[in-house]
Design a binder for this molecule. Structure first.
Ligand code: ATP
Ligand code: MN
Length: 479
């Protein structure tokens, strides 16, 4: 007999079918005549209940059926008498293929805190919450490829080891194979990277954009989807040292087309998850409702998770310029009552409290903020005619803040070089990048979407550490 996954068992179920079930025991309850064993195999949030009549099985076998054990069950699918499920398996045979000692197994029936589960991240996949989160993550990743593939974008793998720091923020992890206790030095005592593996100082990439731009100048539309590294020592609920980023880059696109694509993209992948992982998202939404019960009334969510996602999918994103956003903040009663921790004036980098005010209090939906002051944005963003702002766009989402950062790129060689000089980037280091402006350059644009922030948004998980299987954060690289 062939194994059937629970998801398929439940969709194509017919009473009377003989089935072969393989999975892990979530719970066992019962009495001396009958045991009810909830089994999950990861294909869905739903368990399948196995009914084991005590007289059909040895005491030995039933004793080993404990939370966490791996089991193989054969039996007949029957309509369930109990509530909560339509079908259950009347077990004919149960084999415990992997025991889990109940004395030492770290996951108990009771709900554990997310913090505790982070410490046992190797086992947390086996909980309802993380099962749901990572199935949604998988669906979103698939939807990313589907969206771009349907639109003729070419998937590019940009390098993970690079010699450039695209953002110029200097928050990079160095890559070397030097013996750190014995580093080659130049005559003036500096570390001699000419002798290092790549013959120059290298680091883990902070973005695939610069290389993505090169490819866009041949394929028109490309995207990257890969790991990205930032050694920012910010212990926030929205930052990881290792995260995944999606970076499309489109030749012959301006800022408006860029924003339109980003909006369509975000809606598409959310809609795809709502259609394909409804049960998981409903479960995660219920989790938030439970979590809210412990909070004071004014801190509770106004909408359920599903309502929030449907609002995003079914409505146009708001679009404002940075200058308008500053006006809104300055005119807000929040500002007048001095409720912002950071001051507001034209030229500031919007703080997360400002972003959240705009999204959650003022517009109550995702907002695309465009045309930021050039001094707070990267060198490659296209200078606007006012000479003060650049064709940048950030997309801000409720509960998360910045989820997308993008821009129209500076395609004019002279202006680009001038900007690089101003921020201290050497032309020689980026000669290959500048070549795209020398040979067949064209207006182009792109953006970066932090994948984990997207997964946070769709799952409603408050901490980014809970939406990547094994988070890398300051002082933490376990597993
Ligand atoms: P933030 O201001 O939130 O630190 P950023 O301006 O550094 O973001 P970008 O350089 O524009 O972000 O990167 C593009 C996207 O990557 C961001 O919109 C965000 O979704 C995501 N991102 C940036 N840094 C991190 C991080 N440390 N961990 C997870 N995602 C991140
Ligand atoms: Mn940052």
């Amino acid at each position: 007999m062939q194994r059937t996954k629970i998801k398929d068992l439940l969709t194509g179920a017919e009473a009377g079918n003989q089935v072969l079930l393989k999975g892990w025991v979530r719970t066992k309850r019962g009495n001396k005549f009958v045991n009810f064993i909830a089994v999950n195999d990861g294909s869905t949030i739903h368990n399948l209940q196995v009914v084991a009549e005590a007289d059909k099985f040895s005491e030995e076998t039933l004793k080993d059926v404990t939370t966490g054990a791996a089991v193989v069950v054969t039996g007949e699918l029957v309509a369930s008498q109990g509530k909560g499920q339509a079908f259950e398996i009347q077990a004919a045979n149960i084999e415990v293929v992997g025991k889990a000692d109940p004395e030492t197994y770290p996951l108990q029936k009771k709900a554990h805190s997310l913090e505790y589960l982070r410490e046992i991240a190797h086992l947390r996949f086996r909980t309802n919450t993380f099962g749901a989160v990572f199935r949604v993550r998988n669906t979103l990743a698939f939807a990313v490829h589907k969206f771009f593939n349907e639109r003729g974008f070419v998937y590019m793998h940009t390098p993970i080891i690079t010699a450039s720091d695209a953002e110029g923020a200097g928050e990079t992890f160095q890559v070397t194979n030097f013996d750190l206790d014995n580093m080659p030095r130049t005559e003036d005592g500096k570390i001699n990277f000419a002798e290092d593996f790549f013959g120059k100082a290298t680091n883990l990439t902070v973005s695939g954009q610069l290389e993505g731009e090169l490819a866009a100048m041949a394929f028109s539309d490309i995207y990257t989807f890969g790991p990205t590294f930032r050694a920012e020592n910010s212990n926030t609920a929205r930052h990881l040292a290792e995260f995944w980023m999606i970076e499309p880059e489109m030749a012959f696109h301006d800022l408006k087309m860029n924003a339109d694509l980003a909006e369509a993209f975000i809606k598409y992948i959310i809609r795809y998850a709502l259609e394909n992982n409804r049960d998981d998202i409903e479960f995660l939404g219920q989790r938030l409702v439970e979590e809210d019960k412990a909070k004071p009334q004014n801190e509770r969510q106004e909408m359920t998770l599903i309502e929030k996602l449907e609002l995003v999918v079914n409505n146009d994103f708001e679009r404002v310029t940075y200058t308008e956003a500053i006006e809104i903040l300055l005119n807000s009663s929040h500002y007048k009552k001095k409720k912002f921790q950071y001051d507001v004036s034209w030229g500031i980098d919007l703080q997360s409290e400002h972003e959240r005010y705009l999204v959650e209090k003022h517009f109550k939906k995702p907002v695309i903020v465009t045309d930021y002051p050039k001094d707070i944005k990267a060198f490659y963003m296209r200078l606007n005619d006012d000479g003060k702002t650049v064709a940048a766009m950030d997309i801000l989402a409720p509960g998360i803040g910045e989820i997308v950062g993008g821009s129209q790129r500076e395609e004019r060689l002279d202006l680009l070089v001038e900007r690089m000089k101003a921020v201290g980037i050497h032309e020689e280091d980026l000669w290959w990048y500048l070549d795209t402006r020398r040979f067949g350059g064209c207006p182009h644009a792109g953006f970066g979407l932090g994948f984990e922030r997207m997964v946070q948004f769709v799952t409603g998980m408050g901490n980014i550490r809970d939406v990547i299987p094994f988070p890398r954060t300051p002082k933490n690289a376990e597993f």
